[in-house]
Write a protein that binds this ligand. Structure first.
Ligand code: NOJ
Length: 765
């Protein structure tokens, strides 16, 4: 029989002080008592500013201005045009009770200064770095009128077909939780007050959006409660505990109910169980989309969403258009509307907007706080820590006096360096790989360049990828023709440059339109025209360094066999090219490690290291064996496992040691390991701690990350790395959904990645 302890529910740190709360309560009570029901419903309405792209002007014909004057708008999102935001804020103050608007924006990885995409940032495993990068984003966004950012995205993703894997922190719920906190602290600050540089975070997409079946965006989610609590929810919960001020509901359904009207997710878990006291906004048009989910007409779904705990409707006009009718018909109550309205007003109060509606509208800050050299330098520093060295036969680091052929369609492409979901007006100026290399070498004349290839052999596919956005939103805008230069010619130019060089740097992978929202892929290999280029380069016999730009794990079996080195650089932001050159030439020793498993074949997906054993387990690397859990045509193991990444130096791990081999159910134990830098270069190593509950009352994953430390270790030096493991780390949600620590034996594992660990046994009594 197992002995069990119910672990104490973790308490929420409510950041707003009590005094402030009571002042706020009085203020909001008073305001609510004066507002009409229509005005209250108006506060629950969020609209996009009239155009993401075109210049905005406040005119009486503008739909948003009309709605605002009629008291039908609580916030706007989608622009950081300060003069427009200032003018429309003035309209808000002239209307009704003069309630200021809240201004939101997708600030996903940096703002004007672009930081590496979130998946890249996660591979730094450096929480301070993420927090600091996010603080810069908050400072820049707040300098351009924004007080609310639609970030962080903390959706756990185990399926690389899903394009939005690029926007998150990978596949692990523990690491994802640490990352979620770093973002929230970065945006909101740590003191519970919103200074001029702090913005309200919006944790998304709540919940489980990353578990879309088959990796197809917006698709159904089919998971049980125990599985979500153990495998997916920790980042959302951690963000609440860090004091996140708002959440965005997701497009997908859970248990047959769209997340946007799912009271289990919004009310039972987020609010009641985790103590979240901010507001929840729907994703864009998600309320309206509940009609297509097959739940009811707009009135029905709006009423149900409100009742389930949704407070603000983004871009559906479901709340503003139908809630009054639902109130009259008794489908929602005045209390339902008041509750939601109160939460929006509280957020505005906490942000200080009632005190100063123009707090964030200071145009002079644009020149001092935005896209400064200091911010770009920091972006470079971040990007240096976000490059995963997947393979190196010794060709790296490169010599600065070598003759280098830089080839490939992504070599000279700033936008691809910026990556998906950026609204920076400087995105296309991001430093290219070609420029970065030229700036780093002793003589730029030794660097040659060729575009080398198209993306895809199929022109229509390439058009769909490149022009998907334009075709959707501006179908009449003509797009430049593609494939105008024959592929053979592009390749032969690249090959002749390669032949004349000592080494080739091949820059291929995904352009930003191939990942992010609405960009799921069923084939996650390097685009085929680029592979043609790689094959032709290989035939030259020259050493090739593959510099991979991507927003998701790709299948790289051929590349792993045929390239001399692979440096996975994702999309590294404003200073990408410089940071990549810093690593290529060894000025910086790469230290990033994967936060997602890289499959060999797309058919292995979903693929994640913390899987269960099954009743017929099959060792990861063992060949096919009938009637065990495996494939005929590929091993179970990923090509590159979670936590993996090379350095220019080598690290040797000793055996993990426990401070005691037994631990009580509510105790803790210290785990230590010696890590030696056995190479000749100083380096940073990410030491990872995993556990495995050998027998439990429910099945448990073969490995679960429970700690990590990124340590600097000098060449030849040995460092002892110590972790404290508590019963909280050994706990999980059992079949009755109770958070328990159970007695029994646990394997405690330490290593440089999820594959190469060394274990010791801990007995919990
Ligand atoms: C839809 C996306 O799913 C979400 O991430 C984003 O924040 C909103 N649109 C607003 O742009």
């Amino acid at each position: 029989m197992k002995k069990t302890i119910l672990a104490a529910a973790s308490t929420i740190l409510l950041l707003a002080g009590c005094a402030q709360k009571s002042e706020m309560d009085k203020f909001v009570d008073d305001l609510l008592s004066k507002m009409t029901i229509e005005e209250k419903i108006g506060q629950l309405n969020l609209h996009a500013a009239a155009g993401f792209i075109s210049a905005l002007k406040v005119t009486e014909e503008d739909e948003n201005v009309k709605m605002l004057r009629a008291g039908q708008l609580g916030g706007l999102y989608g622009t950081s045009d300060v003069s427009y935001l200032t003018d429309i804020q003035k309209v808000a103050l002239e209307s009704g009770h003069g309630i200021p608007l809240i201004f939101g924006l997708d600030v996903i990885h940096g703002h004007e200064t672009v930081m590496p995409i979130p998946l890249a940032m996660s591979t730094s495993w450096n929480m301070q770095l993420i927090e600091d990068a996010t603080r810069i984003a908050a400072k820049e966004a707040s300098a351009q009128g924004i007080n609310w950012v639609f970030s962080p995205m903390v959706d756990i993703a185990r399926d690389a077909r899903w394009g939005r894997i690029a926007e998150g922190g990978g596949e692990d719920p523990y690491l994802g939780g640490e990352i979620a906190k770093a973002y929230v602290y970065g945006y909101q600050g740590r003191d519970g007050e919103y200074s001029d540089n702090d913005v309200l975070a919006c944790v998304k997409h709540y919940a489980l959006y990353g578990a879309a079946e088959a990796g197809r965006d917006y698709n159904t989610v089919n998971l049980g409660r125990q599985e979500i609590l153990n495998g997916y929810m920790n980042p959302y919960k951690a963000a609440a505990q860090a004091g996140a001020g708002s959440y965005m509901s997701s497009f997908n359904e859970f248990e047959g109910i769209p997340a946007t009207m799912n009271s289990y997710l919004m009310d039972d878990l987020l609010r009641k169980s985790w103590g979240f006291d901010g507001f929840i906004v729907s994703d864009a048009t998600a309320v309206m989309e509940e009609v297509a989910h097959g739940i009811g007409d707009l009135q029905e779904v709006s009423a149900r969403s409100l009742k389930a705990g949704l407070d603000m409707d983004m871009n559906s006009d479901g709340f503003v258009g139908t809630l009054k009718k639902s109130l009259d018909e008794g489908k929602v109550s005045k209390a339902d509307i008041d509750r939601a309205c109160r939460r929006i007003l509280e957020a505005k109060y906490k942000l200080g907007l009632f005190e100063d509606p123009f707090k964030y509208l200071k145009p002079e800050r644009n020149s001092t706080d935005v896209y400064t050299k200091e911010n770009r330098d920091f972006s470079r520093k971040v990007a240096q820590e976000c490059q995963v060295l997947l393979k190196n036969d010794g060709v790296l680091p490169l010599k600065k006096n070598a003759k280098i052929a830089v080839v490939g369609p992504l070599a000279n492409d700033g936008s691809s360096m910026a990556g998906t979901w950026t609204m920076s007006s400087h995105a296309a100026e991001s430093v290219t790989i070609l420029q970065g290399i030229k700036d780093a070498v002793t003589n730029p004349a030794n660097v040659s360049y060729a575009e080398g290839s198209w993306l895809f052999l199929d022109k229509e596919l390439e058009e769909n990828v490149k022009y998907g956005m334009i075709k959707t939103f501006m179908p009449d805008v003509p797009t430049p023709p593609l494939h105008t230069v024959p592929l053979e010619r592009l390749i032969s130019e690249a090959v002749s440059k390669a032949r004349a060089a000592d080494v080739v740097v091949a820059c291929v992978g995904e352009i930003p339109a191939m990942n992010g929202e609405g960009s799921s892929r069923a084939d996650i290999s390097i685009p085929d025209a680029e592979v043609e280029l790689l094959k032709a380069l290989k035939a030259t016999g020259k050493p090739i360094v593959l510099v991979l730009t991507t927003g998701r794990p790709l299948t790289l079996v051929w590349e792993d066999e045929n390239m001399n080195a692979i440096l996975n650089t994702w999309s590294e932001g404003s200073e990408a090219g410089h940071a990549i050159a810093d690593v290529l030439f060894g000025d910086v020793n790469p230290s990033a490690k994967l936060t997602t498993s890289f499959p060999r074949m797309v058919g292995q997906l979903p693929l994640y290291y913390n899987h269960k054993n099954t009743g017929r387990p099959h060792p990861d690397y063992a060949p096919y064996k009938k009637f065990t859990s495996c494939y005929i045509d590929v091993v179970n193991a990923p090509l590159y496992p979670f936590g993996y990444g090379l350095s220019y130096t080598t690290f040797e791990y000793g055996e993990p040691k426990l401070s005691a081999s037994e631990m009580s159910l509510d105790g803790n134990v210290k785990v230590s390991v010696d890590v030696k830098n056995t190479g000749s270069m100083d380096g940073k190593e990410i030491v990872q701690l995993y556990i495995h509950d050998i027998y439990a009352t429910s099945t448990r994953p073969v490995k679960e990350l429970k700690g990590f430390q990124k340590v600097d270790i000098k060449a030849g030096e040995t460092k002892t790395v110590e972790f404290t493991l508590t019963s909280e780390d050994l706990s999980y949600y059992n079949h009755d959904l109770q958070w328990v620590c159970e007695s029994g034996d646990f394997e405690i594992m330490v290593g440089p990645n999820s594959r190469d660990t060394k274990a010791v046994t801990l007995t919990v009594k």
